[in-house]
Design a protein around this ligand. Sequence first.
Ligand code: GLU
Length: 309
Amino acid sequence: MICDNFDDIYEIVSQARKYTKDGKVADYIPALGEADPNNLAVAMFDGNGTCLSAGNVEETFTLQSVSKVLSLALALLDNGAEKVFTRVGMEPTGDPFNSIAKLESLKPSKPLNPMINAGALAVTNMIAGAGTEDKLGRLLEFIHDLTGNTSITYNEKVATSEFETADLNRALCYFMRQHGGIDGGVEELMDLYTKQCAIEMDCEDLSKIGYVLANEGVDPVSQREIIPLHIARIVKTFMVTCGMYNASGEFAIRVGIPAKSGVSGGILGAVPHKLGIGIYGPALDEKGNSIAGMKLLETLSSRFDLSMF
Ligand code: GLU
């Protein structure tokens, strides 16, 4: 283990926890507003069967935007990169995750990348399956493979709460359908997308997903390739360039770990060839990243020399 000293990690978490009071829990999805802003947890997995964790590790949380990494990997597996990138771009955007602005200003209209909502909706629309249940089932199965935890499912209350209030995401879908960027019914896509975002786990599960990505898509126990190398690379590259909203550049400099955050306060980290990291801290900064989670990652990165750069 890069760090096998629990006391060190415990201390890093308690130092970082101080920052939770400077953040705010997301409440534009009403059910997310119920989270306790003081929570902070980290798990680190190095593929050897032991997972080092500290803080409120018993807490589960919904993936929200962290799920975009997983739907992208599955859509790439289902369709191949060439097809996926006809509908979504590869460039970062300095805009907020839910912005509609560039969909209108760019010609032809195409979401800039799969980590913003418009791009993620276009990607989820490409997951193969007979209907919402089948597609969601395939995504969950993929996650069961990545984590080894077959009990992972979605949180119905959070999914419904988002489905009932997701007018902005609906607007993105209608706009894209008009321009040929998505197919089929918008309500069905919103149903699938909100359930995908509501997939729930703890930070230990998240660290295991991070490890498979860090390990070039290979499961450390069975040595089975769950994600082909070229897809794991694409996904990790997006995590570096666009994973932390419009703070991705600063995060790359300060932390240097491919990572993806979500408005629930989860952060997935994949330190190439070394470590998977799962973080939960629902108090967010103004850009939508876990405020204490970012501090925690910054300290871990400098203490254990985790930057890939
Ligand atoms: N389900 C959320 C939304 O689409 C995810 C946003 C996020 O975590 O950034 O608004």
